[in-house]
Design a binder for this molecule. Sequence first.
Ligand code: 13P
Length: 249
Amino acid sequence: MAQKLAAGNWKMNGTEASLAEIDAMIAAYPEPGCGVLICPPATLLERMSRRIGRGPIATGAQDCHMNAKGAHTGDISAEMIRDAGGAYVILGHSERRTDHGETNEIVNAKTQAAIGAGLVAVVCVGETLDERDAGETLDLVGSQLAGSIPDGVTGDNLVVAYEPVWAIGTGRIPTMEQIIEVHDFMRARLVERFGAETGNAVSLLYGGSVKPSNAAEIFAVENVDGALVGGASLKAADFGAIIDALQNS
Ligand code: 13P
């Protein structure tokens, strides 16, 4: 069985003052009934990890380089994320694929680097509105899964997030039928490639405009094991309501 995970992606948001939200989350969820992860900007990762200590919330980064070290100005390695207290790294987010030209091959190499350093890779896939309108969603998601995920992964070092690009930050979410279709497809592809034990153990997150008001409905979908949340993860009250919905699902 895949672990339930409520994951927050703070993107390029957050400074020292934002750590108060973490204090509030720890106070509200000393022993959450699901995994809870926050991926702050790299500047906050170590501070946030120290603040949480052995607490109930895991931390992670939003990207890593594919190499362990070297002349790569501005980049951070998977090992550095571990060193800063992070346990996870988001890879292949659509904003990285768009802003930084990340291909499936690059995401694959980064995923190998992350897993090699002992991190859990949260690999993101998802179609644009043009691709959906052209009926290409499953083909696109299938090729992103095939290309971005390396061989040899397990349910302990891989999480997959389905984030339709058109649902990110827009307030639009797919219909439940559309979420069911893509998540069932992803589960089938993972089982086909990695076998039933591993394929069923990988947590499948939905991401894109998840809010307290729609979380319960999304978490009721069979192959949705949690969410990757952007805007609503920045405030403890909103993210807490999403954690509640997941615990109760
Ligand atoms: P929003 O929840 O703000 O739509 O962002 C989703 C996302 O991109 C998480 O990675």
